[in-house]
Design a protein around this ligand. Structure first.
Ligand SMILES: Nc1ncnc2c1ncn2[C@@H]1O[C@H](COP(=O)(O)OP(=O)(O)OP(=O)(O)O)[C@@H](O)[C@H]1O
Length: 489
């Protein structure tokens, strides 16, 4: 539909778009992103025909853009500019009606019935019907933006050019506008070329994205292939992370604020450990990003309080989460902040190991009760689900930045180390009389400070994996020995 080849654009001596080439397909939503001054608006102006190329050319429907008459072009292409005109004293209806200008044969010809219908539809699609008699200048920025979009739609274009269309819109109108664009591109093959500042909106809604920096193409691809941490950090000079959207298959970009001032103590040194027969509570002034299978705060979440709570071995409850939250409230701890586990093991027997060597800083806590030990390879032969609380709870705190993939590797590392400790302590599955690999209700947590050195991997081949495995193995064995003694084994 639109083909831009070796396009170079300048203001006087200043070149702002340098040798840019891309195609936009019919019905596509094509995003242009990049930092301030990277040339997005200038490029859009060239596509709309209002900025002449210094070099290169633009083809629309296989025909050079330069050969179109302005009225002819306006039937094919509508523009929603970045700055909305404020000098209008026209009513909203009149402004939207201007969108029908390319279809009028002469100055004096009035609007046809069809024109009226198109105008009404454009007002309806943008939710601006209620303002039809209001002067444009007395509307808010967001309302005015929607009216100008209605005017663009009234042009019934094949291509819609939008320069930061969500600029003045609140989140609900942003989503509603982009949802509508998506719908129109699917239903009516409307081609949308939009300059967007919000990288997440571009990720969610664009079929492809062009990332510009200083007038040059840095990347041109589907959002998933453009929104990469390295290139975005480089282009925007901002600390950010690219993850996965929790409910949609698109990348999610999150920005990382700079730490206010440098802590001199390691985040592990700042952990406060409270240990008594009722609970082990570790608190931190900072939040840690944890991955856990806990009762409270499971999955990935950020916590500053970690509770391993002792419960009676016959503990039974229908709504464990509410009961646990109530337990915390009674102890004046906010449940929102807590990663919480339970165990029937005696907390006096907990093993806490702390290591700071070769730049690796780690703390491991294990409590072990093994009366519920299970051989995972034979768990299927256990007669029924038991809900005994003989449990091994394993916590790892490590200083450093870990990507989510490394948490998954750490989980494997820790589980393997725990199983080996069970093996070396000869803990058997009472049902199958084979060596147990864990208990049926074990829980694990990996917490990283997300400050300091980056560790991309945490398997047993890595330095952190090796240390983690060693500490978890030693702590688990020691905790099992204590548990055996207590049970008189
Ligand atoms: N009319 C003009 N005359 C001279 N230079 C201009 C003109 N318009 C823009 N520029 C310059 O061209 C460069 C690209 O501007 P442009 O508006 O295309 O960037 P942009 O990526 O859209 O920026 P923003 O995100 O701030 O809207 C900038 O350095 C800008 O100062």
């Amino acid at each position: 539909m639109l083909k831009v080849t070796n396009l170079t654009l300048s203001y006087g001596e200043k070149t702002v778009i340098k040798d840019v080439t891309f195609k936009v397909n019919k019905g596509e939503i094509f995003g242009i992103v990049g930092p301030n001054g990277s040339g997005k608006t200038t490029l859009l102006k060239a596509i709309s025909g209002s900025q002449e190329p210094k070099q290169g050319h633009i083809m629309l429907n296989e025909r050079s853009l330069l050969t179109y008459h302005s009225k002819e072009l306006a039937k094919l292409m509508a523009v929603l500019p970045q700055q909305s005109e404020t000098a209008f004293t026209y009513s909203v209806w009149d402004v939207v009606a201007l969108g029908r200008y390319p279809y009028q044969k002469g100055w004096l010809q009035g609007l046809t019935k069809d024109d009226h219908q198109v105008i009404e539809q454009a007002l309806k699609q943008t939710g601006t019907e209620q303002f039809r008699d209001t002067p444009l200048q007395s509307l808010s920025g967001g309302e005015r933006q929607r009216v100008l979009l209605a005017r663009a739609l009234a042009q019934e274009p094949d291509v819609l050019l939008l320069d930061e269309p969500t600029n003045h819109l609140d989140i609900s109108y942003q989503m509603s506008l982009l949802n509508s664009l998506k719908q129109w591109s699917r239903d009516r093959d409307l081609t949308v070329i939009a300059v967007l500042h919000d990288l997440n909106m571009a990720s969610l809604y664009c079929d492809r994205v062009l990332l510009l920096d200083e007038g040059q193409t840095i990347a041109l691809n589907e959002p998933r292939n453009v929104m990469k941490k390295e290139s975005l950090t480089d282009v925007y000079k901002t600390a950010l992370e690219c993850g996965e959207h929790p409910a949609h298959p698109s990348p999610l970009i999150t920005f990382v604020p700079e730490a206010a001032n440098e802590e001199t103590l390691s985040p592990i040194d700042l952990l406060e450990i409270e240990q008594d027969p009722q609970w082990i509570k570790i608190t931190s002034p900072n939040r840690w990003k944890a991955l856990s299978s806990a009762v409270l705060g499971a999955g990935f979440s950020w916590h500053n309080t970690f509770v391993n709570r002792h419960v009676h071995k016959d503990y039974q409850c229908d709504d464990v989460i509410s009961e646990f939250s109530h337990y915390l409230t009674e102890r004046e701890v906010s449940g929102e902040d807590v990663m919480g586990m339970m165990t029937a093991a005696m907390l006096e027997d907990a093993v806490i190991l702390r290591v700071n060597e070769n730049g690796l800083n780690m703390l491991v806590m294990v409590t072990a009760g093994t009366s519920n030990a299970v051989d995972a390879s034979k768990a299927f032969s256990h007669p029924q689900m038991t809900s005994k609380i003989g449990t091994i709870n394993t916590w790892v705190f490590m200083e450093g930045k870990l990507p989510e993939s490394a948490y998954v590797q750490a989980l494997m590392t820790v589980t393997e180390a725990k199983s080996k400790a069970m093996f070396d302590e000869g803990i058997k599955d009472e049902v199958t009389q084979t060596i147990a690999t864990g208990t049926s209700t074990d829980s694990v947590m990996i917490a990283a400070s997300q400050e300091g050195e980056e560790f991309p991997y945490a398997g047993t081949i890595t330095s952190i994996g090796k240390l983690m495995a060693k500490l978890v193995y030693e702590a688990t064995r020691e905790a099992i020995v204590k548990n055996k003694k207590r049970r008189g084994i």
